[in-house]
Design a protein. Sequence first.
Length: 249
Amino acid sequence: MSEVIGTSRLEDALSACEQSLGYRFQDRTLLRRCLTHSSIARTRLDSNERLEFLGDAILGTVVCELLFHKYPEKTEGELTRIKSVVVSRTTCAKLSADLRLGDFLQLGKGLSDFERIPLSIQAAVFESIVAGLYLDGGMDVVKPFLTRLIEPEIDRTVESTHGRNYKSLLQQLVQKNQRGTPLYQLLDECGPDHSKCFKIAAVVGVDAFPPAWGPNKKEAEQRAAENAWCQLQGESPPFDADDGPFEIH
């Protein structure tokens, strides 16, 4: 959206947003705040930043409950690792794009001139909408909304973590294209000795692919391999290097 928007255009945008969400807000002012970025708001309190804070917490709560009941055999550590992917900035931005929230965002001129809305802003507006749905309709509204969107992401995450060997898939792909053998470069590590996490990137020839964090080197290499495999297939890498396995934002 442009920096200045007429009342009728704004109402049309709000209606289109409600249609995309499948929910009609009782408080249209709340929905407007959900879609107002700080770059165009009169003050930061008039933007969606506080709503983003609340939405992040609600999303985490709903995902934790879903995981707790869906996978009674998994340990706390396994559930935490799945959650870290499902509530990550990358996933939130993907869901935001699926709902076309970027089409309804109110952005300042500097940002609205960009061809693509930054991933962090896409993720933030999704979290803001989660908070808006909760404040407007309560948990009875926001929980089924999130469950519908999040369950496929949970299934994909579990499948990619346990059902497919992406190191093997990546090796097959690059060897098929005669590009050599993938190597795995350790870029960073953090945490105490008993609970370290590792940041690793897959490297094929002179090409380094987007890195990923993991709670051990084996899982970090699998995630890095999946990032590389997806990028070579023309898909978006699923793991954001800014999202550690236990740190979401």
